[in-house]
Design a protein around this ligand. Structure first.
Ligand code: TYD
Length: 218
């Protein structure tokens, strides 16, 4: 059990923003645009991702995304949690303590959505596992780029890259993931900003900036 949950605990002027959404929803593009905007305004930005933001995380990423053959759902959940524990302890927490802005592609909501709803493990247990791994840390702002799985699939097809283990899952899996994300966002409206990922890239970027600006001014 985590000793406590601590939303909004970035340093004096720091901020921790996570981006969530299905594969192909445009998180990486929005993370890059937000980073560019913040860096141009003189902020120190740490941009990172799960799985894989650390050296240990890269090794875990290789297993969870590229292992050929089955990984038991609970083993998969523990691998993501291990990546998360290392990432928070060695990269995210120190950056927050310095007062940097951390922009992070995926965090514990991914585990609740993919391992919980996707792999049909207990969502509450997955959340507790992640919080335990991360010492109870929760982001200040979480942007959910919401996209219908069939639209996401056609974007990924157009990309021409081979699918990883999760991307290769069927549409019902991704539909459950999407529903889980929307449920999570509805439960924590003060942390989540939900955006329709089919909107133009610059409109989405403006909405993200507005929310981040508000959070930084607090
Ligand atoms: P990645 O290449 O980072 O995908 P994307 O560009 O869509 O973010 O791959 C991450 C994959 O791992 C993605 O399919 C979601 C999955 N994932 C989980 O299943 N659980 C988790 O806790 C995390 C962080 C990711």
């Amino acid at each position: 059990m985590p000793e406590r949950v601590e939303p909004g605990q970035s340093g004096p002027h720091g901020l921790w923003v996570t981006l969530e959404g299905g594969d192909g929803s445009g998180k990486t593009t929005q993370a890059r645009l937000l980073e560019e905007w913040l860096a141009a305004s003189g902020r120190t930005v740490v941009r990172t991702r799960e799985p894989g933001g650390t050296e240990v995380g890269s090794l875990i990423r290789d297993i969870v995304l590229h292992h050929r053959g089955d990984i038991a759902p609970r083993a998969e959940a523990l691998l993501y949690a291990a990546d998360r524990a290392q990432h928070i302890a060695t990269l995210v927490r120190p950056a927050r303590e310095r007062g940097d802005v951390v922009i992070q592609d995926r965090y514990l909501d991914s585990s609740v959505a993919y391992q919980g709803a996707g792999r049909v493990l207990d969502a509450g247990e997955i959340r507790e596992l992640s919080l335990w791994a991360a010492g109870g840390a929760l982001p200040d702002v979480t942007v959910l780029l919401d996209l219908e799985p069939t639209v996401a699939r056609s974007r990924l097809d157009a990309d021409d890259k081979p699918f990883d283990r999760l991307e290769a899952e069927r549409d019902e899996f991704h539909a459950r993931v999407r529903d889980a994300y929307l449920t999570l966002a509805a439960a924590e409206p003060e942390r989540f900003l939900v955006l329709d990922a089919t909107r133009p890239i610059d409109e989405l970027a403006a909405a993200v900036r507005q929310r981040v600006e508000r959070a930084l001014a607090r």
